[in-house]
Design a binder for this molecule. Structure first.
Ligand code: FAD
Length: 610
C-alpha cells in the first residue's frame, strides 16, 4: 500500500514532548523569535511521558532566594549518590537555573504547597517540594504549545536523518503517524532529542496481564538512546541502570513516606536491618557507605541482602504515622496525584496502612538519565564552567553536529527529575538556537534516496504480517514473522538472565554478558522479520527496535566496566568491589551503524566542586 509522505521543515526540531521536550520548545521560542520550532511527539503532549498522570512533588528545587541550598550543594549530593561519578559541569548548570523554572510553573498555575509558618514552598525533603500535581503535564504542555510553530502529536520518530554530504551532521528525523499511517520527513537545522527513558528492557516483576505495571512509564521505550546511538553519538554510563525500592505490586512512591511522614523500614521481625550490613558494604565500596545520605544503591543493597538472609519481607512502618489524620491524608493523596494504582492494589489486597505495614520490594532495572542514575548521551558542557575536555561545541550538543538533548537523554547528570529535565530542555534550546543563528546559511541536505529507503524499512513489519499471516495454522504463531510482544518478551528474558535482572538477583559476569550479547545479536537478526498487524503494532515494533539497541548498549557498557560500582543496582560477580583506582571514570561507547560494532573508551571524571 502506498503511504502519503508529509514534509515538515523547521529550524529547531524537538523530538519528544515530555518534560525536557516542553522545556526545549518553550525556550526555543524565547531566543528564536522568528524561527520555525516544531515539536514531534508519539503520544499527545497534553498527557505524555513519565509525568503523564501527574506528580506529587518536584524533586529538584534549590530554594536559593531563601538561602535553602546552593547549586554546589546539589552537585555534592548527586555525586555522593552516584558513588562519585557525575558530570559536575552539567549538574551545576541545571541546579543554577532550576529555581527559575519552578517559579515559571507556579506562574503558569501549578499549585505548589506552602509552609503555613514560613510562607515558603512546603519541603518534602532537602531537595523536594510538594505540589498538587495532577495537572502538572497539561500545564507544562500548554506553555510548549503556545511557543511552538507546530506540535505534531501521534508521530513515532524512528530514525534521525543525517546530512547527505556530512556524515556527522544531523539533518532531521523520520517517523510515521500512528493513527493515519502517513510517513513524515522532518528537515531541521538542529534537532533536540528528549524522548524519555527506558522501561521494559529487563523482565518486569509483573508479567502477563500485569505487565503494564512497571515503575517507569511502560511507554518509555528507549528512543532517547536508540535515536542518537544510530546517528553515531557517543553514549555514557549506560551500565548505570536504576533499581527502585517501592511499595510492592503497585510501585507507589516512597519519597513522601520517608521524608515527610517520617515512616521507616524494618524486616519481618521488626528489626532495623540497614545497620547490620554497614561493615560488609564498607568492604565492597569503602567510605561511601558512611556518607550522608547513604547512596540510594547501597540502601537497595542492604534490603536485598536482608531478604536473601531470609528475613523478608521488608515493610514500611506506616501504622504509627497513619494515626495522625493529617499524615494519613497526605499518604493517600501522594498516590492519588501520581500512582493511583498503588491505592487500588492496597484496596484489593486488604491493606489499610493504619492497620498493616505494607511490603516494599525492589523493581526490575530501568535505564534513564534523570533520576538517581545517569545513563545517556555524552554532551558538551556549559562554556563558562565545563573543563576543556568536556567542551567541543555548544552546550548539550552531543558528539554529532547539530544534535542536542535533554532530560533522560543526556548522561552524567543524575537527580534532575521533572524540573531539572525541563530546565535542561531550556538550556539545550538556548544553545541550539545560537547554533542555528550562527549558521544562517547552513541548510543541511537530506537525501531522497535515504528517506525513501527508510520509508520502506519502517513499514516492512506491516508487509511481513500481510504475507506471513497466510501461514498461520493456529493462534498467533507464524513461521515467518515474530510479533512485537514476542520480541519484547525475548529481549526481557535475555536482559533479565544475562545482564543482571531480577531473576539473577541483579548479578552478572563476563561469560554471562558475552552470551547475552550473542543472544541479542540473534534477536537483532530476527527483528528483520517483525510482523505488525496494524499501525498500533507497527509502533510497538519500532519501540522494540529501540529497546533492543539500547539494551545492546547497556550490555556493552556493563561488560566494559570491570567493577561493582553501584551494588544494589547491579553486581559484576567477577569484579565484586568498587575500584576507584581503575574505574573512577566515565564509560563511553560509540556504535558504528554500518559495521554494527561498538567502540568503548574511558573518559575522566573532573571534580570541579570541592
Ligand atoms: C513513577 C515516576 C515517578 C516520578 N516521580 C517524580 C517526582 O515525584 N518528582 C519529580 O520531579 N520527578 C519525578 N519523576 C521523574 C520525571 O518524571 C522525569 O525525570 C522526567 O519526566 C524526564 O523528562 P524527559 O523529558 O526526559 O522524559 P519524559 O517526560 O518521559 O518525556 C519523553 C517524551 O518523549 C516521547 N517519545 C518517546 N519516544 C518517542 C518517539 N520515538 N517519537 C516521538 N516521541 C517520543 C514520550 O511520549 C514523552 O512524551 C518520576 C518519574 C516516574 C516514572
Amino acid at each position: 500500500m502506498s503511504r502519503k509522505t508529509v514534509f515538515v521543515d523547521s529550524d529547531i526540531l524537538v523530538v519528544g514532548g515530555g518534560m525536557g521536550g516542553c522545556g526545549a520548545t518553550y525556550e526555543s521560542r524565547y531566543w528564536g523569535r522568528d524561527l520555525k520550532i516544531v515539536c514531534v511527539e508519539k503520544a499527545n503532549i497534553e498527557r505524555s511521558g513519565a509525568v503523564a498522570q501527574g506528580l506529587y512533588a518536584i524533586n529538584c528545587y534549590m530554594g536559593m532566594h531563601w538561602n535553602e541550598n546552593q547549586p554546589e550543594d546539589h552537585v555534592r549530593y548527586a555525586r555522593n549518590d552516584l558513588m562519585g561519578l557525575v558530570r559536575e559541569d552539567l549538574g551545576y548548570d541545571i541546579a543554577r537555573h532550576v529555581d527559575a523554572t519552578v517559579h515559571k510553573f507556579e506562574e503558569w498555575g501549578l499549585p505548589i504547597m506552602k509552609d503555613p509558618k514560613t510562607g515558603r514552598y512546603q519541603r518534602e525533603g532537602k531537595w523536594q517540594i510538594m505540589i498538587h500535581g495532577e495537572s502538572y503535564k497539561p500545564l507544562v504542555a500548554e506553555a510548549a504549545r503556545k511557543a511552538a510553530s507546530a506540535v505534531y502529536n501521534r508521530i513515532m520518530v524512528t530514525h534521525l536523518l543525517m546530512d547527505s554530504k556530512r556524515p556527522n551532521r544531523v539533518a532531521g528525523a523520520v517517523g510515521f503517524n500512528v493513527r493515519s499511517g502517513d510517513f513524515y520527513v522532518f528537515r531541521a537545522k538542529a534537532v533536540i532529542v528528549a524522548a524519555g527513558g527506558a522501561s521494559h528492557i529487563f523482565k518486569p516483576r509483573a508479567v502477563g496481564e500485569g505487565m503494564g505495571r512497571t515503575w517507569y512509564a511502560p511507554w518509555s521505550s528507549a528512543s532517547a538512546y536508540a535515536l542518537p546511538i544510530l546517528a553515531g553519538a557517543k553514549m555514557t554510563q549506560m551500565e548505570n541502570r536504576i533499581v527502585l525500592t517501592r511499595f510492592k505490586d503497585g510501585y507507589g512512591p516512597v519519597g513522601a513516606y520517608f521524608l515527610h511522614l517520617k515512616t521507616y523500614t524494618q524486616n519481618a521481625y521488626g528489626q532495623d536491618y540497614e545497620a547490620f550490613w554497614r561493615d560488609s558494604i564498607e568492604k565492597m565500596v569503602g567510605d561511601y557507605v558512611n556518607h550522608h545520605p547513604v547512596p540510594t544503591c547501597l540502601r537497595n543493597h542492604a534490603l536485598l541482602e536482608e531478604v536473601k538472609a531470609g528475613r523478608g519481607p521488608i515493610r514500611m512502618v506506616t501504622k504509627e504515622a497513619f494515626k495522625d489524620p493529617h499524615k494519613e491524608t497526605i499518604g493517600w493523596e501522594n498516590f492519588l496525584g501520581m500512582t493511583i494504582g498503588q491505592a487500588v492494589v492496597w484496596a484489593s489486597q486488604n491493606i489499610d496502612p493504619k492497620e498493616i505495614n505494607p511490603e516494599l520490594t525492589t523493581s526490575e532495572p530501568y535505564v534513564m538519565g534523570s533520576h538517581a542514575t545517569c545513563s545517556g548521551a555524552w554532551a558538551s558542557g556549559p562554556e563558562d564552567y565545563a573543563p576543556a575536555e568536556y567542551q567541543w561545541g555548544y552546550n548539550r550538543m552531543m558528539t554529532v553536529e547539530g544534535l542536542f538533548g535533554a532530560g533522560d537523554t543526556i548522561g552524567g547528570t543524575a537527580h534532575k527529575f521533572s524540573s531539572g529535565s525541563f530546565t535542561e530542555g531550556r538550556i539545550a534550546a538556548k544553545a541550539a538556537v545560537r547554533y542555528v543563528m550562527e549558521r544562517s546559511n547552513d541548510r543541511p541536505e537530506v537525501s531522497e534516496t535515504e528517506y525513501a529507503r527508510l520509508k520502506k524499512v519502517i513499514y516492512q513489519p506491516l508487509e511481513n504480517y500481510r504475507i506471513g499471516r497466510n501461514e498461520i495454522v493456529a493462534g498467533t504463531v507464524s513461521p515467518s514473522y515474530i510479533l512485537p510482544l514476542h520480541g519484547l518478551q525475548r529481549l526481557e528474558k535475555i536482559m533479565d538472565e544475562y545482564v543482571g535482572g531480577i531473576s539473577a538477583h541483579y548479578t552478572t559476569n563476563q561469560p554471562l554478558l558475552t552470551r547475552g550479547l550473542e543472544l541479542l545479536a540473534m534477536l537483532k537478526e530476527d527483528l528483520a522479520c517483525l510482523g505488525a498487524e496494524d499501525l498500533h503494532q507497527l509502533q510497538r515494533a519500532w519501540e522494540l527496535q529501540h529497546r533492543v539497541l539500547a539494551s545492546e548498549c547497556v550490555t556493552q557498557h556493563t561488560l566494559f566496566r570491570q567493577e561493582t560500582r553501584w551494588p544494589g543496582y547491579y553486581y559484576r560477580a567477577d569484579h565484586p568491589r568498587l575500584d576507584d583506582q581503575d574505574w573512577h571514570c566515565f564509560t563511553l561507547s560509540r556504535y558504528d551503524r554500518d559495521s554494527g560494532r561498538w567502540e568503548m573508551e574511558k573518559a575522566p571524571v573532573y571534580h570541579i566542586i570541592d
